[in-house]
Design a protein around this ligand. Structure first.
Ligand code: HEM
Length: 142
């Protein structure tokens, strides 16, 4: 594979889906992608990506939990990489986008984690409820 072109964040930021050509470049894990032509094909919709046009989209991209196929697809749009010195900076300042779908599934994950983890509070709550119902029952029917 040939060497990737080094593209600065400053240059990426010019392709922010505004301007004449409405180009849309994003950064994912230090790599620069031109997704202009992919926008209307994106299964997650255009807007989630255009919101991040010209910026680092690593956090958003990873947050969604894209499939292996999706990760594979990114290769098609790869046009370069950030200079080494800008990679961590870019990821640190990456805006965290609240994805309706993404956050929903992470809430669901947290919920599932809590409901399936055998911590003592998860036993305590139903046990206490059972005791209260039992006491109330005894009290009423005695
Ligand atoms: C080159 C970049 C990207 C590619 C090739 C890509 C590809 C895909 C594909 C194939 C899917 C269908 C589900 C899957 O296979 O995982 C998907 C869904 C989605 N993507 Fe992307 N995506 C890219 C960038 C992004 C970015 C930057 C964001 C937001 C920050 C995003 C947000 C979403 C969302 C919200 C969904 C819907 C998830 C769902 O329905 O559960 N994607 N993307």
């Amino acid at each position: 594979m040939s060497e990737l072109r080094v593209i600065s964040l400053e240059e990426v930021s010019k392709h922010n889906y505004e301007g004449v050509d409405k180009s849309c470049w994003i950064v994912i894990s230090g790599k620069v992608y031109d997704v202009t032509k992919f926008l209307n094909e994106h299964p997650g919709g255009e807007e989630v990506i255009t919101q991040l046009a010209g910026k680092d989209a690593t956090v958003g991209f990873l947050d969604v939990g894209h499939s292996k196929d999706a990760i594979e697809m990114t290769k098609e749009y790869l046009i370069g990489q950030l200079p080494e010195s800008e990679v961590s900076k870019s990821e640190k300042t990456a805006p965290k986008v609240a994805q309706s779908k993404g956050s929903q599934s992470s809430v669901l994950k947290d919920f599932t984690d809590i409901m399936t983890s055998p911590t003592w509070t998860n036993f305590l709550i139903p046990t206490t409820m059972g005791l209260i119902i039992y006491t109330a029952y005894k009290f009423i029917f005695n």
